[in-house]
Design a protein around this ligand. Structure first.
Ligand SMILES: *Cc1c(COP(=O)(O)O)cnc(C)c1O
Length: 424
């Protein structure tokens, strides 16, 4: 194995100008006892770093690349779009084209607006929910991650979970006073909030299948329960489908579970590898946005034609050739083999189709409290072991791994073999 000399050099140079050398904290790989990789190029499932090492990618830019990296048709669409300029700050056709496609796949998004990140989508959806209901309180779930807006850094998952604290420095208490966080899959806790403060609840926001504390499955009926209790109290239900949208099915988790939230946020896959996300929902609610209504929301680069074109080219491919069936076939065999590989290892797997998390030294993971008991030292060893074997998995216990349509069966079986030999 070559040393990672160039990555180390790049890291040291980056450290001079960029805090931690990274533009998003988990990339620093600190919690797994590593230093960052610097990637030179990616294609399909393969990442190549600046030292010429190659890794089979199971993180896929945090779930963005369901078609694999460097997709030919997306690239073609992007090149064509760039030849006409890269931003206008004035409407262009790809915005409506992508909105039509999204609406066809997620009909609950009757109207939508595009933004530049999932953080922005969620922040805007919540402002809108408060504007629509005239209420202030937001109910979220421990370990769910909804981006890094101040008022959402309460018992948050993803990189926030790795900090050890429940929130972030720099967020005044006053900014989180309208956020209540309760355990996922805990109906009684939700009922208590509504019993005490139902009149104040503007919205319940949830990752319908949480993926930012590792993958956690909703108990049977839990999402229906959230739909029912929010309707009863005239609060809104927001599904944060930034990961699950176009991942669990063409219509996201709401299609899989047959539930229509009032508002939905999407991101990651919909930008085709560019910074794009969206929030949308019932026309009646969306009509409160400026310029039609009093809720302000805007963005210099929102609806950027390059990002929109990448999104269009991505979604079109998801609608063709039984995409989700093919992906499900590939994945189900892999997951079965993986289950077999870990059966004597004091590990468990949570999965839904093409995303999964392996947890260490716990017997079940139904909520954030369970997940926090996982053996993070052992996870860190596992990460380093997999990396040494040429696999880049998501570098935190509190994240999901993803499978793309470009993963070859041979790569999936090499992955299973590597898991089997871990600590053997
Ligand atoms: C990634 C993610 C976000 C934040 O999106 P960014 O584009 O990173 O701002 C919000 N919600 C969920 C569920 C996510 O997975």
């Amino acid at each position: 194995m070559k040393e990672r000399i160039n990555s180390l050099r790049a890291y040291n140079e980056a450290l001079k100008y960029i805090p931690g050398g990274v533009n998003s904290p988990v990339r620093a790989l600190r919690s797994v006892g590593e230093t960052p990789l610097f990637i030179r190029k990616a294609r399909g499932t393969t990442l190549s770093d600046v030292d010429g090492r190659r890794y089979t990618d199971f993180c896929l830019s945090w779930g963005v690349f369901i078609l694999g990296h460097n997709n030919t048709l997306v690239n073609k669409a992007v090149r064509a779009a760039i030849s006409n300029g890269t931003s206008y700050g004035i409407p262009s056709l790809p915005e409506t084209e992508l909105a039509q496609l999204v609406n066809g796949l997620i009909p609950g998004m009757e109207r939508m607006r595009f933004v530049n990140s999932g953080t922005e989508a969620v922040m805007s959806a919540i402002r809108l929910a408060r504007g629509f209901t005239g209420r202030t309180l937001l109910v979220k779930f421990d370990g769910c991650y909804h981006g890094h807006a101040d008022h959402l850094l309460v018992s948050a998952g993803s990189g926030v979970a790795g900090l050890g604290g429940s929130s972030s420095a720099g967020v005044p208490d006053g900014f989180v006073q309208y956020t209540v966080s309760v355990p996922f899959n805990n109906r009684a806790a939700v009922e208590r909030v509504f019993a005490e403060r139902g009149q104040e609840v503007a919205a319940v926001i949830v990752e319908p299948v949480p993926a930012n504390m590792g993958v956690i499955m909703p108990d049977d009926g839990f999402l229906n329960f959230l739909r029912e209790i929010t309707l009863r109290h005239e609060s809104l239900l927001i599904f944060d489908e930034v990961i699950t949208g176009f991942r669990l099915s063409a219509g996201g988790a709401q299609q899989v579970y047959g539930i229509k939230p009032d508002l939905t946020t999407i991101g990651k896959i919909v930008g085709g590898g560019f910074p794009a996300a969206a929030f949308g929902g019932r026309a009646e609610i969306m009509s409160l946005l400026a310029p039609d209504g009093p809720v302000y929301q805007a963005g210099t680069l929102s609806g950027n034609p390059i990002a929109m074109s990448a999104g269009v080219a991505t979604l079109r491919q998801l609608m063709e050739n039984d995409f989700y069936q093919r992906l499900a076939d590939k994945t189900s065999r892999f997951i079965e083999a993986l289950k077999d590989a870990i059966k004597d290892k004091n590990m468990i797997i949570n999965h839904t189709g093409n995303m999964f998390t392996l947890f260490f030294n716990i017997v079940e993971a139904r909520n954030f409290a369970d997940v926090k008991k996982t053996d993070q030292q052992r996870f860190a060893r596992f990460f380093r072991y997999m990396l040494a074997n040429g696999f880049y998995i998501s570098p935190s216990q509190f994240e999901a791994n993803f499978i793309s349509i470009t993963h070859k069966n041979s790569e999936l079986y090499r992955f299973v073999r590597a898991v089997k030999t871990f600590e053997a």
